[in-house]
Design a protein around this ligand. Sequence first.
Ligand code: TZP
Length: 226
Amino acid sequence: MPPLPALSRAFWREAPAVPRPDFNFYLITDRNHTKGRDLLWLIEEALDAGVKAIQLREKDLAGRDLFLLAERASRLCHDYHSSLFVNDRLDIALAVNAAGVQLGNASVPIRLARQLLGTQKMIGVSTHSLNEAFEAQQQGADFVLFGPVYFTPSKATYGAPQGLNKLKEIVEKILLPVYAIGGINLENILNLRSLGVSRVALISAIMSSDAPKKSTTDLLRMIGSA
Ligand code: TZP
């Protein structure tokens, strides 16, 4: 495939109609953090509170079970006019007509994903450094996640949190929408707002909340999405 042209800010304003990440709050699922509650119930609580984008990230599910779950999640998202993304599995994203996929370090290359998905599906890429975010931008991602910003038990193995300064640098230097991720909760989400960061992704602040709908409402309001 020939190299993609360099992206300019004008490109993002004027490019023809392709789907864009028009959400600033990205809920990521994890059945292992729901305190035993049904994942689809939790997803619906969050959708009902106003979440517009959900990533199904159930890495331990085999293809068939993931597909069956994704089908039901897709129907729910459709009912609430929200977008579903599937972590890593392009095949399942296509099968349930999801809005796109979320790729990580171990996923297929972004360019291959683009060839397979076309331009009407979005590709989000998880990144942990400016270089990775820049690379994702060059390869044709639609948006990136950057983190872990704060300490989060689920990512302790990835080393120290990246912190707010690195996040700020990436938000300033990357043209794509950047979503902060890692340890974001009701206590610290306003720090991100103060830094000028208005896009967040999170798991446990909703998945493990004792009052998921209320937590979602509060988080959305605090990040300026409600
Ligand atoms: N990528 C970077 S940190 C993280 C992922 C998937 C985990 C985020 O989970 P939480 O519970 O919002 O800290």
